[in-house]
Design a binder for this molecule. Sequence first.
Ligand SMILES: NC(=O)c1ccc[n+]([C@@H]2O[C@H](COP(=O)([O-])OP(=O)(O)OC[C@H]3O[C@@H](n4cnc5c(N)ncnc54)[C@H](OP(=O)(O)O)[C@@H]3O)[C@@H](O)[C@H]2O)c1
Length: 328
Amino acid sequence: MGVVGLKYLELGRSGLRVSKIGLGTWQIGSSEWGWNRGYGVDDVVRAIARAHELGINFIDTAEIYGGGVSEEVVGRAIREFRDEVVIATKVWPTHATYDGVLKACERSLRRLGVDVIDLYQIHWPNPLVPLSSTMRAMERLVELGKVRAIGVSNFSLGRLKKAQECLRREEIASNQVKYNLVERGVEKGLLQYCEREGIALIAYSPLAQGFLTARYSASNRPRDLVRRLNPLFDPAVLRRAEPLMTLLREVAARHGAEPGQVALAWLIRWSRVVAIPGAKRPEQVESNARAADLELSDEEWGMLSEAASKVSIGIWPRLKTPLRLLGI
Ligand SMILES: NC(=O)c1ccc[n+]([C@@H]2O[C@H](COP(=O)([O-])OP(=O)(O)OC[C@H]3O[C@@H](n4cnc5c(N)ncnc54)[C@H](OP(=O)(O)O)[C@@H]3O)[C@@H](O)[C@H]2O)c1
């Protein structure tokens, strides 16, 4: 396969240009995703190399993924082309104090084997630590040349504005949040704000953790912990989603594509949205990159939005999923 027609956008006003399809790496080192059961280090290293070959230049990791294994593997895999990729990592909320952020950043730099982190993100808000301390530490890291741009993750619109107010010199480049066809909470204001203000909205779980690839059904469910905890994979929800899956397959067939590519193409039509699908092997990266070649018509986009809005999760699957895991 040749190079795909990836488009690029700037993360806020940071000067960092990233491909609108990036690569998520929670899967690396994470037993909850089935690490070393069906895929392992060779697969993900080849996946990262393939991403680079195809023009995907944005890799997202976090200190928490695989207890640091993800950062280590990413660091090793990009060594030969470090200057051609934008590395994003995240500080876990238990390290949100001023000193905690500075120390966590040092550890991430060491595991990644780099001098500077391109985008450093606060993984989740920590209501027990004043946001101003966390943001001051982030700004200090930019001053020290250890971080190029500041991002947040899982921040509501109100908290995003507050975080920006805490900064004296820097601007927030991005907010990483869950966004896909069937999980569209960000459309209640956050998305519109980011589009207007030029803040990148980094969409995590853009395939709804594989739900939107239309490979799973009530009789064929993934068995890893992540998806056993995700109510989207409840049999009743999978059954309710059949009309959407059929539509995804139909639209995909029309474009000679795959359903997951349609779901990604739907997402990156927004000008400030970057999707970071997680991948376990090079074939998945290749398929996800191909979504950049897919132009949906307005009619297709509207039909998909409409069909997806009918997939309700409901209260019972939300309650049942964690209870089942506890054996209740
Ligand atoms: N900031 C946060 O709080 C946060 C939270 C979650 C995720 N993230 C980030 O966002 C990234 C993506 O989110 P996610 O991993 O939750 O979900 P996702 O990207 O929606 O789904 C990833 C899963 O979909 C399947 N898949 C991927 N590409 C595929 C393809 N081309 N064909 C068929 N199946 C494919 C793979 O699982 P199977 O092959 O097993 O089906 C893969 O593990 C993460 O890796 C992480 O970097 C951030």
